[in-house]
Design a protein around this ligand. Structure first.
Ligand SMILES: [Zn+2]
Ligand SMILES: [Zn+2]
Length: 347
């Protein structure tokens, strides 16, 4: 990422040397995320990052070298990188929730970046420097292309599901709608099946995404049409669905969510599609509805989603590309053709 507005450039940079607590990772795989497109397309001044930096915030690899004060995994251990890098010292960070670091505004003010590959050098490279061993989670023999997407697509989906789990366990026959079955949505379907007893209803604008939802264990899938809210309500016994995970976050997906939700239901807006909701009482939102804006996830949750993947309960649908073909992988994602997650593997 050399300048705002892209395109991304493949170039040589110096191999970093780990000092103090730092750990150097030899990258085995790095996922491509829709957030990378938002970063590439951002106008100067919109994001609090300095250019140039290396993209890639879903990274798996092997510990290559440790600084003299480094803690955590040993050299040669295979790991996935916990991506949201907070201050490491506030109460939230101490609890492993660096995604909600209390000092984020301070870090942004000095343009430190949100995390790996987001203002800080990321994993679309042969090597990645990680500030501390606390940001590494061992993955054992999980293939790298499976492990890398767990650190954002998997973790973000897991964190969103964790937020609505109490609502889904209120009664036996809970229903949850998943809007958008892409990189995150197809993992959310599997995580819901593995960790709840809810009926999973999938919605997408693409037939092939519904086929993927079906393969991931969704109980029902439907294309987005003008009557989809009514279709979902009928599937959920006419009262409406207990929860909606919106992985799109556009005007039309939020409108669908509001139309399908049951009173006292739960809406988690995960996607950054630019849609807006009006909160007014009384208004269009059903009474008792709770809305959350989950962002990424916690370190303990990353350990939990890695454990689910290692026992085979979660499998990432991937398209693999050589690192040198990153522009092609990014182009496919932009045109909406990626099935599941695109993953770059160093040549
Ligand atoms: Zn991402
Ligand atoms: Zn913090």
């Amino acid at each position: 990422m050399t300048h705002w507005g892209g395109p991304p450039v493949l170039t040589e940079v110096t191999r970093p040397i780990p000092r103090a607590d730092e750990v150097l990772i030899r990258v085995e795989a790095a996922g491509v995320c829709r957030s990378d497109l938002h970063v590439l397309d951002a106008r100067p001044g919109v994001l609090p990052y300095r250019t140039p930096f290396t993209l890639g915030h879903e990274v798996a690899g092997r510990v290559a070298e440790r600084g003299p004060g480094a803690t955590g995994p040993a050299v040669d251990e295979r790991v996935v990188v916990y991506g949201p890098w907070g201050c490491g010292r506030c109460l939230r960070c101490a609890a492993g929730a660096e995604n909600y670091c209390d000092r984020r505004a301070e870090l942004d003010a000095v343009r430190t970046g949100t995390g790996v590959g987001l203002g800080r050098d990321g994993g679309m490279a042969d090597f990645l420097l990680v500030p501390s061993g606390r940001l590494l989670v061992p993955v054992g023999d999980l293939p790298a292309a499976q492990a890398a997407p767990l650190s954002d697509a998997g973790l973000t989906a897991y964190h969103a599901v964790a937020g609505i789990r109490p609502t889904l366990s209120l009664d036996g026959g809970a229903n949850v709608a998943v809007i958008g079955v892409g990189g995150l949505g197809h993992l959310a379907v599997q995580i819901l099946r593995a960790t709840t007893s809810a009926q999973v209803l999938a919605v997408d604008v693409r037939e092939e995404a519904l086929a993927l939802a079906d393969a991931c264990g969704a109980h029902f899938g439907t294309l987005l049409r003008p009557d989809t809210a009514e279709v979902l309500r009928r599937r959920a016994g006419r009262v409406g669905v207990d929860a909606v995970l919106d992985f799109v976050g556009s005007h039309s997906s939020l409108e669908l969510a509001v139309g399908a939700l049951r009173a006292g239901g739960e809406l988690a807006v995960v996607g950054s599609g630019g849609g807006e909701l009006t909160v007014r009482k009384p208004g269009a939102l059903p009474p008792g509805v709770r809305i959350s804006l989950p962002f990424w996830g916690t370190r303990p949750e990353l350990e939990e989603v890695v454990a689910l993947a290692r026992k085979g309960a979660v499998r990432v649908e991937t398209e693999e590309f050589a690192l040198s073909s990153a522009p092609e992988a990014i182009g496919r994602l932009r045109s909406g053709h990626t099935r599941g997650r695109a993953v770059l593997v160093p040549d």
